[in-house]
Design a protein around this ligand. Sequence first.
Ligand code: IMP
Length: 191
Amino acid sequence: MIFVTNNPHKLQEVGAMLGGKMALKSLRDIGCTDDIPETANTLEGNALMKARYIHERYGGDCFADDTGLEVAALDGRPGVYSARYAGPGHDSEANMQKLLAEMEGKSDRRAQFRTVIALIKEGREYLFEGIVTGHIMEEREEGEGFGYDPIFCPDGYEHSFARLGDEVKNRISHRARAVEKLVEFLKTHNS
Ligand code: IMP
């Protein structure tokens, strides 16, 4: 199964969740260095766009994910634009700084990470969604992870995803929940 990603953190996270039940190949593993377009304006659209791109060129089964951080007080922003919130590129530092600045003085700090996985299996398309609710912290907390992890605190915890660490994050995260649904589906639809 091809996982349409170049992000080693994600490959590691999802691989750990699958617990060795399925061998995953990354874009690097299949020798794809293309800059795959992600120009849709929804997470669903982007996940499908990436999965279709690889399926059309490489064949076989594959899945792609797209994630956004949706902040209530910002009408769901940065959402589908989370990776390039502070401008082109994938600069997590700049993205977090922009978000913290926009949240200054806001009492409603509710936010959620939402992941959509698009699977193409035997030519058919399926979508799976995972959500984790929480809030944007006033100050960053360093640790593991990537992206907005240092400023997102999931509900039921008092620390950021970064500080909680991969072990906790991999159990409760948006991606974990979407991957759980994917794995459940694959278990019952394995040919
Ligand atoms: P992607 O669609 O998974 O590439 O995610 C888009 C952007 O959302 C990333 O560039 C990160 O800024 C952010 N993001 C996605 N997943 C996570 C996560 O698990 N923790 C923190 N930030 C994330």
